[in-house]
Design a protein around this ligand. Sequence first.
Ligand code: HEC
Ligand code: HEC
Ligand code: HEC
Ligand code: HEC
Ligand code: HEC
Ligand code: HEC
Ligand code: HEC
Ligand code: HEC
Length: 411
Amino acid sequence: MSFRPVFIAVVIGFALVIAAFLVNRQRPRVETAQPTAALVRASGKCAECHSQQQYSVVHEYELSLHARKGINCLDCHQPAQGQQRVEHKGFVIAPKLTAGNCRSCHEQIYQEFLRSRHAAPAWAAVYGQQSLTPEQVDFSERFQPGATKRPPHPFVALEGASSAQSGCAACHSVGKPNDDGTIGTCTVCHTRHTSSVAIARLPTTCGQCHMGPDHSQLEIYDESRHGVMFTAERQLLNLDAPPKTLTTRDMFVPTCATCHMSGLNGQKVTHDPSERLSYYLADAITKARPDYERAQANMQQICGQCHSSSLVKRVYTDAAKVVETTNARVQAASDIVSKLRKDGVLTTPPFTQPIDFLYFDLWHYDGRTSKHGAFMGGADFVQWHGNYPILAKTVELQAQAAELRRRHGRP
Ligand code: HEC
Ligand code: HEC
Ligand code: HEC
Ligand code: HEC
Ligand code: HEC
Ligand code: HEC
Ligand code: HEC
Ligand code: HEC
């Protein structure tokens, strides 16, 4: 027997092992890393194909805690209760995912979210109560009185469906009612596939919606000492820290989430940011909330993890004064316009005269901005984007009112 065939057999055998190893290495990590056959079937098949179709989806998923805990593609994509079922490459998946696909494993968080203004009230603010079932309205009204039982916003009709859909609804869809009976989406803050708390804790994540002249929270934060410190020290913060054990050693500079949601140093984590709010700052005339004292104590306990109580009291006392003076100025402007209507000088429907917009901008942009700035460290917003334009617009409003009265012969 010659040595040649044995040599060839050994070489071929070795080549096969190497090839198998190389092929295996090409397979997506999720497939090979899954501990059980069932997981390989569910996750591996989706991932194998989709890493060619949309690599980034699979990659983002691989970065998630879900992947590390063995939650697979199908765990989220399978039809939840009340959802449509579609055949997809040998699997049954839901054509559209909602909060319903998360609640199966995160029911308590879903319930908290449901009580918040990020749920039904966000949608009702645009499309009114008729876009929700009576049960959904009643449920939400128990926790957020007056926020859901309301007509559609006048701008939906005035600006038209396309603008409402791509404008208002893009932000307010955080609380959109879904066909499966659930409300809202969790992925505006957590993203679809990273399911990350680090991303949810970034100011820019909240700032997707909380920005612009009518709710300048991101801009205010950016100019506040907190925002400046965040930019300076971001790489030292442990943005990934598990929420249940988050301490000021992880987050020694606050972001939006720290003040409004996190459970810093053993405080309660919440998916209902109203729990820490004592005023209705977004309203034209700001009133205290029903649970004013408890809410203020909740928030001050968060400030108190990093500050002395005297500093915190000073901020609240000063901000309460800004609320008071802003209320008085907005009320004075409102009185000018309602008196024009009462006297029969202004008889046109709302939002058809320049003076309607002048008053709306005064409270909706400048009034809100001054109040938000006062609580969140935005001096420029209290002053140059707040009280100064209120002053200027009040003068303009008086001039327009006088001109309207003159034209109507009713000075
Ligand atoms: C054999 C390849 C293959 C497999 C296996 C596969 N998919 Fe797909 N999937 C596709 C293709 C192709 C598309 C269409 C992409 C497009 O529209 O550009 C798609 C689309 C999707 C979409 C988007 C549907 C839409 O209309 O928006 C989702 C979600 C999805 N797949 C999830 C999954 C999940 C979850 C699994 C595993 C349970 C899976 N896929 C398995 C190939 C596959
Ligand atoms: C934590 C839950 C979750 C997991 C796990 C998950 N997905 Fe998704 N996926 C979503 C959500 C939510 C959407 C958005 C669907 C929608 O808007 O209807 C989505 C969307 C998609 C889309 C459509 C993307 C687009 O932009 O059009 C594809 C494709 C997809 N997923 C594939 C996968 C694959 C493959 C895996 C596993 C590697 C996976 N998903 C794991 C929740 C998940
Ligand atoms: C099949 C069950 C299951 C589903 C479905 C599911 N999750 Fe999870 N999720 C888990 C588990 C398990 C963990 C890890 C919990 C732990 O270790 O504390 C987790 C953790 C998380 C975390 C914390 C991540 C971190 O880094 O601390 C977030 C955020 C999250 N999930 C969001 C979602 C969202 C959003 C959806 C729906 C799109 C969803 N989950 C669907 C089981 C699930
Ligand atoms: C860029 C995202 C974004 C867009 C676009 C947007 N909103 Fe909002 N809206 C918000 C945020 C964020 C708040 C919360 C402000 C606060 O509490 O300070 C809000 C608050 C409101 C409120 C006051 C809260 C309440 O429930 O009374 C109403 C009403 C409202 N929006 C209606 C609309 C309408 C109608 C449109 C379209 C014409 C619209 N929004 C467009 C993000 C947006
Ligand atoms: C997809 C858009 C969107 C994102 C992202 C978003 N919000 Fe909101 N938020 C809204 C809307 C819309 C409202 C107003 C709902 C209403 O009352 O009509 C709101 C209201 C609020 C309120 C006021 C609640 C109240 O009781 O008045 C707080 C506080 C808040 N959000 C904090 C946050 C924080 C913190 C984040 C990030 C972790 C965040 N939001 C991310 C859209 C968003
Ligand atoms: C407004 C933004 C926002 C929305 C909407 C949101 N989350 Fe969160 N979520 C956060 C933030 C911020 C944290 C981290 C809080 C902290 O800093 O500890 C978090 C934490 C979590 C955690 C980890 C909690 C823990 O104790 O380990 C899970 C799980 C989670 N969210 C699931 C969900 C689910 C499910 C939904 C939808 C029902 C949802 N989230 C909607 C912002 C959001
Ligand atoms: C240092 C803590 C802190 C940080 C950081 C912070 N906020 Fe606030 N925020 C507050 C306080 C305090 C109030 C007023 C509380 C009250 O009404 O008693 C407030 C009010 C609000 C409101 C007003 C709700 C209403 O009544 O209209 C919204 C919305 C909001 N914050 C969102 C954000 C967003 C988004 C960010 C990040 C870009 C952020 N906040 C950063 C402390 C903070
Ligand atoms: C996680 C820690 C943390 C939390 C929570 C926090 N802050 Fe701060 N705050 C800081 C840091 C850090 C600075 C910067 C201090 C410096 O300049 O040395 C700061 C600065 C400030 C300043 C400016 C101080 C000055 O002398 O100019 C004010 C005012 C302030 N915070 C108010 C608040 C209020 C009100 C709350 C709660 C609503 C709050 N902070 C919550 C960490 C925090």
